[in-house]
Design a protein around this ligand. Structure first.
Ligand code: NAP
Length: 479
């Protein structure tokens, strides 16, 4: 960690903020400051924008194979440094080392995937119906991009955007979350080592997000915003993007239903629940937020889930054998405490957990609540913590209606052994992704994204690169 850069990365150089400002990075397991990084302001943002704009034309002309090979080299370097990157991520974000190693592999895979897509950017063409003109279609990079990422997957949320932007031939400014800047700075150093030309990627770490990003979005030189974060901030950024008609991709919040039918295999359902709820301590947009369990199996499902949740070891992510690290900060933990208190006040029973421990760090125990009232606040709020809230249902139509009764639509989970029901229910859920008898959907080769207020566009998969490309149509007379 001593070698991790702490300055801004602009035009291929490491720079202090113009006004010399720095900001602390805390370890959420101890509350201790582990580093100070540069805290960019509007002046630094302008410098990064100049670098991205200047580099765009030449970068767009680079051979796709050259762009592909830079990504492939970076993929290999990331994997070689798995341990180092995992420790860094655990230190600044808290997740257990085993999960951090998993995220490093997941993050690297976006670079491998998009290194393979860079050389498959297609065009098209043909003779137009009237026979007088030919149509030639080519695909061009959209131009300099602003990429804004959250703290919960510090490396993977970066590579999921940087990978396709590099593959498409776009330059970019990355603004990571202030809680987790170190992973992004380490990634920038890796891309430089892999041969990425100066100015293609610029990283501005800041505690002044609005001051840094708003002028970029309104200024007319940034052509694309790719944002991952909460729906409220996404909405604000969409409004700011409207003025200069900036193209946007939005990966926003979720409120995932997890539906267990009476014909489900309960072993699979409990395994799936552990994954869908406990990945990243529940701090995931894909986290199961509302468990709807058929009344005939609800008691057994709740008991088995509580047993598994209660057996998890809570502690600092760096310690061997720890399954559940701290939440990101005290605000995040206070929100979870308030949501649980509200549910209990409305009659929920606590099967396990439910009380934050004393002492330093932002720990919260794995918690299972049953008999949750559908008016509880956690039904329409992302819990973002290790709390499973169980409600019961009687029939299929009813549960689909309740699952869809939310402004969000990122992912849903369905557990049933009936093929017809599995397809029927999946098709009726208003979500961008469905986990059918599984609690994990994320994969770089699959299009990730939501409907309704969970976002616009898709990341990853064959379509992930489309978000960074524009069509140009050339009309050529047939002679
Ligand atoms: P957040 O508060 O919306 O912040 C996300 C990013 O936006 C951070 O870098 C943040 O920086 C920045 N930001 C906030 N206000 C801004 C502004 N006015 N201008 C420019 N940037 C601004 O979300 P979070 O708490 O970090 O992350 C959790 C949320 O992300 C959850 O809702 C989760 O569901 C969502 N998420 C979605 C996906 C997905 O793929 N759909 C994946 C992961 C997470 P500051 O903190 O400095 O404000």
């Amino acid at each position: 960690m001593t070698d991790t850069p702490t300055q801004l990365f602009i035009g291929g150089s490491w720079l202090d903020a113009a006004d010399g400002a720095t900001m602390p990075v805390d370890d959420p397991a101890t509350g201790e400051i582990i580093a100070r990084v540069a805290d960019a302001g509007a002046k630094d943002a302008r410098l990064a924008e100049d670098a991205a704009v200047q580099a765009q034309e030449e970068w767009a002309r680079t051979a796709p194979r050259a762009r592909s090979e830079i990504l492939r080299r970076a993929y290999e370097i990331i994997l070689e440094r798995t341990d180092e990157l995992a420790h860094l991520m655990t230190a600044e974000m808290g997740k257990p080392l085993t999960e951090a190693r998993g995220e490093v592999a997941y993050a690297a895979e976006f670079f491998r995937w998009f290194s393979e897509e860079a050389v498959r950017i297609d065009g098209g063409g043909g003779i137009l119906p009237d026979g007088r003109n030919r149509m030639l279609l080519s695909r061009r990079p959209v131009g300099p991009c602003l990429l804004i990422t959250p703290w919960n997957f510090p490396l993977a949320m970066g590579t999921r955007k940087i990978g396709p932007a590099i593959a498409a031939g776009c330059t970019m400014i990355l603004k990571p979350a202030p809680q987790t800047p170190l992973s992004s700075l380490a990634l920038a150093a890796i891309l430089k080592e892999a041969g990425l030309p100066d100015g293609v990627l610029n990283v501005v770490t800041t505690s002044r997000a609005g001051e840094v990003c708003e002028p970029l979005l309104r200024g007319g030189r940034i052509r694309k915003l790719s944002f991952t974060g909460s729906t409220n901030v996404g909405r604000l950024l969409l409004a700011q993007s409207a003025e200069a008609v900036v193209r946007t991709s939005m990966e926003l919040g979720g409120n995932a239903p997890f539906v267990v039918f009476e014909d489900a295999d309960l072993d699979k359902a409990v395994d799936g629940a552990m994954l869908a709820k406990m990945r990243n301590m529940g701090e995931a947009c894909t986290a199961a937020n509302r468990f709807f369990v058929h009344h005939s199996v609800a008691e057994e499902f709740g008991r088995r889930l509580a047993e598994r949740m209660g057996a998890l070891v809570v502690g600092p992510g760096t310690q061997d054998g720890v399954d559940v690290g701290p939440l990101i900060d005290r605000t995040g933990r206070a929100k979870v405490e308030e949501l649980v208190a509200d549910a209990v006040e409305r009659g929920a029973q606590v099967l396990v957990g439910g009380r934050a421990p004393e002492g330093p760090g932002c720990f919260y125990p794995p918690t299972v609540l049953t008999d949750v009232d559908s008016g509880s606040r956690l039904m329409d709020t992302e819990i973002f913590g290790p709390v499973a809230a169980i409600l019961t249902f009687d029939d299929e139509d009813e549960v689909i209606r309740r699952a869809n009764d939310t402004p969000w639509g990122l992912v849903g989970y369905v557990f049933t052994e009936g093929l017809d029901r599995a397809l029927r229910v999946s098709e009726r859920l208003e979500v961008g992704m469905v986990g059918l008898n599984t609690g994990l959907v994320s994969n770089p080769a699959a299009p990730f994204g939501g409907v309704k207020q969970s976002g616009l566009g898709r990341e990853g998969g064959r379509v992930g690169i489309d978000e960074f490309l524009e069509y140009q149509y050339l009309a050529v007379p047939v002679r």
